[in-house]
Ligand binder design. Structure first.
Ligand SMILES: [Zn+2]
Length: 185
């Protein structure tokens, strides 16, 4: 299972900078590597606070990602609240504040963030990768008609145990995407 290398920056840093009215990113505790159960997805926090540039810088540094203006902007789009976004959706959001950021920069940064386990890549269909800002283990529901991706709550789907692993292997990740289509009746 993937583990976040370090904790997110502590709450309270950079409170003065209120950019988005959305909920702040929810903290997840790291799970024991061998625990086959899964945390419930992010619950809505009661306190509202902004995810500032200072938070983004601390997050990048803690993950060992060299800080650049573009990476700060991309981190803010991803980590201001739990999101599932395509690279082009992220690019569009970043350009609202920083029109100079190129598509290639966004794609390269997302690859880097993924390597550093800051985001998780979801291969929802062969043509579409969605970037999930919540990296703790959880499952997804994907609407193939609307493209919407949402987290499944812990009580919606459970995996009972883990399969016997081949000799010489360790469990890396269990990935479940429940795919639905809209009814037309
Ligand atoms: Zn998710």
């Amino acid at each position: 299972m993937r583990r976040r290398p370090v904790a997110r920056p502590a709450a309270g840093a950079g409170m003065e900078e209120l950019l988005t009215p959305g909920l702040d990113r929810v903290q997840h505790s790291d799970m024991d590597q061998m625990n086959p159960t899964f945390d419930a997805p992010a619950a809505a926090p009661t306190a509202m606070k902004a995810y500032s540039s200072a938070d983004a810088i601390a997050c990048l540094r803690s993950a060992g990602v060299p800080v650049t203006h573009q990476r700060i902007e991309i981190a803010r789009v991803l980590f201001s609240a739990p999101v599932h976004l395509s690279a082009d959706q992220i690019w569009a959001s970043v350009r609202e504040h920083s029109p100079d950021v190129s598509r290639a920069t966004v794609y390269n940064t997302l690859r880097l963030f993924s390597e550093k386990h800051l985001v998780r890549e979801l291969f929802v269909d062969p043509q579409r990768i969605v970037y999930d800002s919540t990296t703790s283990p959880h499952f997804h529901l994907y609407n193939m008609d609307t493209g919407e991706v949402r987290d499944l709550a812990d009580d919606e789907l459970r995996i009972l145990g883990t399969p016997r692993l081949p000799e010489g292997t360790v469990l890396q990740e269990i990935d479940v995407i429940v795919r639905v289509r809209n009814r037309h009746d």
